[in-house]
Ligand binder design. Structure first.
Ligand code: PEP
Ligand code: MN
Length: 340
């Protein structure tokens, strides 16, 4: 962190500020006296220093951070890619590509087990299914709740696919700890900091979706919350962001893949389904995500999309999903990776 002092501030005032910073924050401060103004360079852990408070000091002209506010998620302090183990299925690293597939919502035993068998046969490594659904309208289908998790477990027993489902509230943490292999935090809850802290106490890995209008740094800071609470197994998921465009449900931000890869060592997967909102756009966006270097995909697949209780318009049929996987596989190999 760098503090630029106002012109003409006395050396006594500067020394008083230096002493206070060293005493209160345990940093060491180097002073550079230029013509007319002085600059303080703070070295050490400045993450806890409140920049706004420093700016309120009448002797201070400007305060700048020179390092990112995230530590545990930062690529700088952890150059190697993190590989997250989801009940034996790896996500991340340079060698493999992992596909998560399944319906938006669990609807019945026959539906989830049928889709699980189909996506497994097509090459998916993990089964997704929402049991607790974050819906814009309180009158829309809210999900099957805990019963939905039981049906996911039946599909897991049938196919061997580990399961992914969304956790919406801290009160369900224990339930998810017991039942789910990969705990999803949805876009709408990306900055629900209480939920993030509780997710950080779970032993299960976390799939953290990007918020509807959040920057890369805000997203990584949310991962930092989970990691700072003790859970370092975090996977980031780009699912499109809000823009001025209304044709698509969201705008898939492909730049997030190389950017986040540079900023963080955490794996990044892409959800083309929620980005597009339309089934026919899922395949080209999925291919683009592979080419841009994503670690995996999360794709919505439904046995009967027109009758789906949630997100039918963006869901692939099992046949279309099989077609996607067929197209994807050579591209994954071209990228030097293997489908898990
Ligand atoms: C979902 O994956 O079903 C979902 C609700 O996604 P998002 O949080 O990205 O909207
Ligand atoms: Mn959905």
């Amino acid at each position: 962190m760098v503090i630029v002092m106002k012109p003409g501030v006395s050396q006594e005032s500067i020394q008083a500020l230096v002493a206070a910073l060293e005493r209160d924050h345990g940093v060491s401060v180097g002073v550079t006296n230029g013509v007319g103004c002085s600059i303080l360079g703070l070295v050490g852990d400045t993450a806890h220093i409140d920049m706004d408070k420093l700016t309120m000091n009448d002797d201070v002209e400007r305060v700048m951070r020179v390092q990112e506010p995230y530590k545990k998620a930062n690529r700088k302090f952890h150059p190697e890619d993190t590989v997250v183990d989801v009940s034996g299925v790896p996500i991340g690293g340079r060698d493999h590509f992992t596909v998560i597939a399944g319906p938006c919502s669990v609807e019945s035993e026959a539906q989830i087990t049928g889709v699980a068998r189909d996506v497994k046969a097509a090459g998916a490594a993990l089964l997704r299914g929402g049991a607790f659904k974050p819906r814009t309208s309180p009158y829309s289908f809210q999900g099957m709740g805990a019963d939905g998790l039981e049906l996911l477990l039946e599909a897991k027993a049938d196919t061997g696919l580990p399961i992914v489902s969304e956790l919406m509230a801290p009160r369900y943490c224990q339930l998810f700890e017991e039942k789910v292999d990969l705990v999803q935090i949805g876009a709408r809850n990306m900055q629900n900091f209480d939920l993030l802290k509780e997710a950080g106490k779970l032993s299960k890995p976390i799939l953290l979706k990007r918020g509807l209008s959040n920057t890369y740094e805000e997203w990584i800071m949310s991962a930092e919350y989970i990691m700072a609470s003790g859970n370092e197994n975090v996977i980031l998921c780009e699912r499109g962001v809000r823009t001025f465009e209304t044709y698509t449900r969201n705008t898939l931000d492909l730049s997030a893949i190389p950017a986040v890869r540079r900023m963080s060592h955490l794996p990044i997967v892409v959800d083309p389904s929620h980005a597009a909102g339309m089934y026919w756009m899922v395949e080209p966006l999925a291919m683009a995500a592979v080419a841009a270097g994503a670690d995996g995909l999360m794709v919505e697949v439904h046995n009967d999309p027109p009758c789906a209780k949630c997100d039918g318009a963006q869901s692939l049929t099992p046949e279309k999903f099989r077609h996607l996987m067929g197209k994807l596989t050579p591209l994954v190999e071209l990228m030097g990776k293997k489908l898990v």
